[in-house]
Design a protein around this ligand. Sequence first.
Ligand SMILES: NC(=O)c1ccc[n+]([C@@H]2O[C@H](COP(=O)([O-])OP(=O)(O)OC[C@H]3O[C@@H](n4cnc5c(N)ncnc54)[C@H](OP(=O)(O)O)[C@@H]3O)[C@@H](O)[C@H]2O)c1
Length: 258
Amino acid sequence: MEPQLLTTPSSDSAPVLLVTGSSRGIGAAIARLAGRAGYRVAVNSRRGGAEAERVVSEICAEGRQARLYPADIGDPAAVTALFAAIDRDWGPLAVLVNNAGLSGGAQPLATLPRSVLHEVMATNLLGAFYCAQEAITRMAHSAGGQGGAIVNVSSEAARFGGHQITAYAAAKAGLNALTLGAARELAVEGIRVNAVSPGVIATAPHDHLNSARREAILASIPLRRMGTPEEVAAAVLWLASPEASYITGAILPITGGR
Ligand SMILES: NC(=O)c1ccc[n+]([C@@H]2O[C@H](COP(=O)([O-])OP(=O)(O)OC[C@H]3O[C@@H](n4cnc5c(N)ncnc54)[C@H](OP(=O)(O)O)[C@@H]3O)[C@@H](O)[C@H]2O)c1
């Protein structure tokens, strides 16, 4: 699915899209596809560094616009500074993609360190709230904004609890609730809010599966393969685009039928 080209690719009036956690994996695929769709792309990761700079370079090499904004989205002050920096460089945001996430690793619930619990909640759930609040104040019609779209990258773990990743699953279930509540509240403000809910996608967190575990996972997926970051990115860009103008409050499974 090729996203709709919104405007002249390198135009200074092109809409601005922020994708959190876009130094690699699904976020990087969203950033690259957003560049091709004509957005000015704000790339973010906690650390910045060579990995994130490479994503920016790849987008710019295609004649599109991208900039790197390192920030820990679990830190509200850092999120405020992130949005202020995008304002200064490019003006207000048109699309927010809340993608940054981490599972905290498989750990028994009873002994899950509180520090990991807090990091998982701060990144997957609170960070999405902080970014959504900043975005809404810029997009809302009642605040003089042009409207916009928010797409949250959730997880199927929200529906079935995952395996020893209960904090992650709970955070993603919260992200689904944020999607539904915000969609209802913000429709009148010209802001659509949707989510994608990937199953198993071939990114770094799955690199170290042993072959037995990998086979068991593939056997559980009707399409018999992991999804690709690009397949998730296509759905995100479509939900953000005018082609999805009557869709809000949707949580789209991307699971290969699982
Ligand atoms: N892969 C899957 O099978 C799958 C399935 C369902 C849902 N998802 C969701 O899809 C999203 C992307 O997953 P992925 O597999 O692409 O993960 P990934 O390869 O581990 O990439 C995660 C990205 O998020 C960034 N990040 C982590 N914590 C952050 C923070 N506090 N502030 C800013 N950036 C932060 C990382 O940058 P740093 O290295 O700088 O921290 C990195 O850019 C996540 O929300 C994940 O929960 C993935």
